[in-house]
Write a protein that binds this ligand. Structure first.
Ligand code: SF4
Length: 245
C-alpha cells in the first residue's frame, strides 16, 4: 500500500519555496485524546463510509492484495488483480496456477518473485491448516508467509471489523504531523495511537488517515491550504502570517 511514489517526470524538481510545516508541540495524553477525537470526527463527517482502495471480492482476495501491495501502489495491484478476481480467485486457483503462473500475472508489481512464492505458500497453508478460510486471529494471520503486523491489522479491521489500526506510511506520517504520536517506527506509533483513538472510531480511523495522507497531507506536498483539518493541525504551514509581512 505504498502511497508515495517516485516522481515520474524527468524534469528537475523545483525548489519548494513554501514555508516549512510547523513542528508539532509535545501534547499530553489527554490533549492528544481530545485532538484525535476532533480530527477523526471531522474526517468522518467528510467521508462517513471510508473504503479500502484495494479491489477485492472475497477475504482471500483482500489478503492477497495486501500482501502484494507492500512496496507497491494499490493502483498497480488493482491493475493486475482485478481481472483475476473477476474470474474467480481463491486458494485453489493459486495452487492450479502455480507460483510461476502467478508470477507471470503480477510481474509489474514490485518484488513480484518473492510475493508470488509467498502467495503460493500461504494458499497451501490456508487450504491445509485453515480449511480454505482466512484465519481470524492475529497469531494465525502472522504465521502466513508475507503477512506481518500491518497486513494482519488490515484483515482484522476490514474483514472482521475489529478495532485495530494498521499503520502504513500514510498513517505514520499524518498522525505525526497532527501531533498524535512522535514515535520512530510504525509498530510503536500503532501502540501510541491506540491509546488516544477511541475504539468506536476504529477500524475506520485507518482509512480516514490513509485517504487524508494519500490525497491531502501528501509526503512531499501537503495541501494545507485546502486541508479540512488545518484549524486543528499543529503542523499547518504559516502561509497566512508570512503573506501579511
Ligand atoms: S495538509 Fe492538513 S494535516 Fe497535513 S500538515 Fe497541512 S494542515 Fe496539517
Amino acid at each position: 500500500m505504498k502511497s508515495q511514489s517516485k516522481l515520474k517526470s524527468k524534469k528537475p524538481n523545483k525548489p519548494d519555496r513554501r514555508p516549512a510545516l510547523r513542528k508539532p508541540p509535545v501534547l499530553s495524553l489527554n490533549a492528544r485524546r481530545e485532538l484525535a477525537e476532533a480530527l477523526l470526527h471531522r474526517l468522518a463527517e467528510a467521508n462517513p463510509n471510508p473504503r479500502c482502495e484495494l479491489y477485492y471480492k472475497t477475504p482471500f482476495q483482500l489478503l492477497v492484495s495486501v500482501v502484494l501491495s507492500a512496496q507497491a501502489t494499490d493502483k498497480s495491484v488493482n491493475a493486475c488483480m482485478k481481472p483475476l478476481y473477476e474470474a474467480g480467485f481463491e486458494p485453489d486457483t493459486v495452487i492450479a496456477m502455480g507460483s510461476d503462473g502467478l508470477l507471470k500475472k503480477i510481474r509489474t508489481i514490485g518484488l513480484a518473485p518473492t510475493k508470488a512464492k509467498n502467495v503460493f505458500k500461504l494458499s497451501e497453508i490456508i487450504i491445509d491448516k485453515f480449511g480454505g478460510k482466512i484465519p481470524r486471529t492475529r497469531e494465525d494471520l502472522e504465521s502466513l508467509p508475507g503477512v506481518g503486523r500491518k497486513t494482519a491489522n488490515v484483515i482484522l479491521g476490514e474483514i472482521y471489523r475489529e478495532p485495530v489500526l494498521a499503520v502504513d506510511t500514510h498513517v505514520f506520517r499524518v498522525s505525526a504531523r497532527l501531533g498524535l504520536q512522535r514515535e520512530t517506527t510504525p509498530e510503536k506509533a500503532e501502540l501510541e495511537l491506540l491509546k488516544v483513538i477511541p475504539p468506536r472510531l476504529l477500524p475506520d480511523g485507518h482509512h480516514w488517515f490513509i485517504l487524508h495522507g494519500r490525497y491531502t497531507c501528501k509526503a512531499q506536498a501537503p495541501d494545507c491550504t485546502r486541508c479540512i483539518l488545518r484549524d486543528l493541525c499543529p503542523s499547518v504551514r504559516e502561509e497566512k502570517e508570512k503573506e501579511k509581512k
